[in-house]
Design a protein around this ligand. Structure first.
Ligand code: 57M
Length: 359
C-alpha cells in the first residue's frame, strides 16, 4: 500500500522513486514486521496469559521441559499478523504471487489456530486431529498449486540444483508436486518447534536465503546470467521473505531461551507453509531440502525412529525423536542444542546459495 500511495508521488518529488525498488521495500518490510512483533509482543504475551493459553507439557519428554509448563503458546498469531500487515504495506498488492503466499500463510494459520484453540482454550485433548489437519493442509496446498499452474506466466518446470540443463516439465503434475513441497515444509517446521527458538531461528535463516533467490530469479538479467528459471513478477516475493525474516526476529526476541512464549501450531504450520510456497514460487523447490535442511533432518529422525520402533517391536535409533530431544537426553543443555542447530542451518543456507554458481 505504501508502494501504491507513495511511488506515484515520484512524478512531483523524485525522491519518492525509491519506493519502486524491491531492495528498499524489502528492508522496510523486514523492519516493519520486526517492530510490530517487538512492540506488540509484551501485550500479546500478557493477553495470552490472561486467557490462560498456557502450554501443557507432556511428562514423557525430557525432564527439563516440565519447567516450561504454563508458558503461553499461540504467539504465532502475532507473527502471522505482522507478516500480513507488513506485506500489505510494502508489496505491490496487485501481484498474483503475493496473494498465493498470503493464502497459504493465512489459511495454514487458521488451521493451526483452530487446533491450538481447541486444545489450549477449550482444553480438548485432541484438537483438530492429525488427519483433519493434514487433509485441510492438502486441500489448501492443492488450491495454491492449481492457481499457480493456471497462471499463464508460471512455469511448471522444476529446477534441479547443480544441473542447469535438467529442468523437467511436470505439466499438471506440478500441482501435486507443489502441494507436496508446501505440506511437507509446514509439517517439518512443526516437528522442529520443540525447543526455544529452534524453529524460528532456522526459519529466519531460510527466509533470508529465499529473499536472495526471489531477487535473482525475478531479475531478468541476473536470472539470464546465472541461467536460472526466470520468474516474471516474482520480485515481490523478496519483500514477502523480508517480512517473514523480520517478523521471525521480532518473535525470537521473546521466544529466545528461556522462552516467554511459544508460537503454537498457528505459527509453525503457517510459517512452514509460507516457506514451502516461497520455494515453489521462486522455482527453487528441490533446493528447499538444502535451505531448510535442518527441518528435513528433524523430520527424517522422526520417520526413522517411528519406522524402526514399529518394525523392531519397540527399539529406538535415537534416545528420542525429533533429533533435538536426542541431544537433550545426551546431556547437552537446551541452549547448546539450539545454537548448534542454528549453526548447522546457517551453514546449509550458505551451501544452498553456492548452487547459484555451482551448476
Ligand atoms: C509438535 N510440539 C512440541 C508449542 C509449539 C510423531 C511424533 C514424533 C510427533 C511429535 C510431535 O507431536 N511434534 C509436533 C511438537 C511442544 O510445543 C508446542 O507445539 C507447538 C508446535 N506445534 O509452538 O506450542 C513442546 O515443545 C517444547 N517447546 C519449547 N520451546 C518452544 O519454543 O520448549 C516448543 C516450542 C512444548 C515445549 O516443551 O510443550 C512437543 O515436543 O510436543 N512428537 C514428539 O515430539 C514427541 N516424540 C515422541 O513421542 N517420540 C517417540 C517416537 C517413537 C515417536 C520416541 O522417540 O520415543 C516428544 N514430545 C514431547 N514429549 N513433548 C516426546 C515427548
Amino acid at each position: 500500500m505504501v508502494y501504491h500511495f507513495l511511488y506515484p508521488l515520484h512524478e512531483v518529488i523524485s525522491a519518492f522513486n525509491v519506493f519502486r525498488y524491491i531492495t528498499f521495500r524489502t528492508i522496510y518490510a523486514s523492519l516493519t514486521a520486526f517492530l510490530i512483533c517487538f512492540l506488540l509482543g509484551p501485550w500479546v504475551i500478557r493477553k495470552l496469559k490472561a486467557m490462560q493459553v498456557g502450554q501443557y507439557i507432556r511428562d514423557d519428554g525430557p525432564e527439563s521441559h516440565l519447567d516450561k509448563a504454563g508458558t503461553p503458546t499461540m504467539g504465532g498469531t502475532l507473527i502471522v499478523f505482522s507478516v500480513t500487515v507488513s506485506t500489505i504495506l510494502w508489496t505491490d498488492i496487485t501481484n498474483f504471487y503475493v496473494w498465493i503466499a498470503l493464502l497459504i500463510t493465512l489459511g495454514y494459520a487458521l488451521i493451526g489456530f483452530t487446533d491450538d484453540y481447541l486444545m489450549q482454550v477449550k482444553k480438548q485433548s485432541k484438537g483438530l486431529g492429525a488427519r483433519s489437519k493434514f487433509m485441510l493442509q492438502t486441500i489448501l496446498a492443492l488450491t495454491a498449486g492449481a492457481l499457480l499452474w493456471a497462471h499463464p506466466d508460471f512455469s511448471t518446470q522444476v529446477t534441479v540444483p547443480f544441473f542447469k540443463r535438467v529442468s523437467p516439465d511436470l505439466g499438471w503434475g506440478y500441482i501435486l508436486f507443489a502441494a507436496l513441497v508446501i505440506v511437507g515444509a509446514s509439517n517439518a517446521v512443526n516437528l522442529t518447534d520443540g525447543l526455544d527458538g529452534l524453529a524460528i531461528g532456522p526459519l529466519v535463516i531460510a527466509s533470508t536465503a529465499y529473499m536472495v533467490f526471489a531477487y535473482v530469479t525475478s531479475h531478468i538479467k541476473i536470472a539470464e546470467y546465472l541461467q536460472l528459471n526466470y520468474v516474471s513478477g516474482g520480485g515481490e516475493i523478496t519483500v514477502f521473505c523480508g517480512a517473514l525474516a523480520g517478523a521471525g526476529l521480532g518473535f525470537l526476541w521473546f521466544n529466545a531461551y528461556p522462552a516467554q512464549v511459544f508460537m503454537g501450531d498457528v505459527g509453525s504450520l503457517s510459517l512452514g507453509g509460507a516457506l514451502g510456497t516461497v520455494a515453489v514460487i521462486t522455482k527453487q523447490e528441490i533446493l528447499l531440502v538444502l535451505v531448510g535442511g535442518l527441518f528435513v533432518v528433524e523430520t527424517l529422525s522422526v520417520i526413522f525412529q517411528v519406522g524402526f520402533f514399529k518394525i523392531s517391536g519397540g527399539k529406538r535409533i535415537f534416545r528420542m525423536a525429533p533429533l533435538h530431544h536426542h541431544f537433550e537426553l545426551k546431556g547437552w543443555p537446551e541452549p547448546k542444542v539450539i545454537v548448534r542447530f542454528w549453526i548447522v542451518a546457517i551453514a546449509l543456507a550458505l551451501l544452498s546459495m553456492s548452487t547459484l554458481k555451482l551448476r
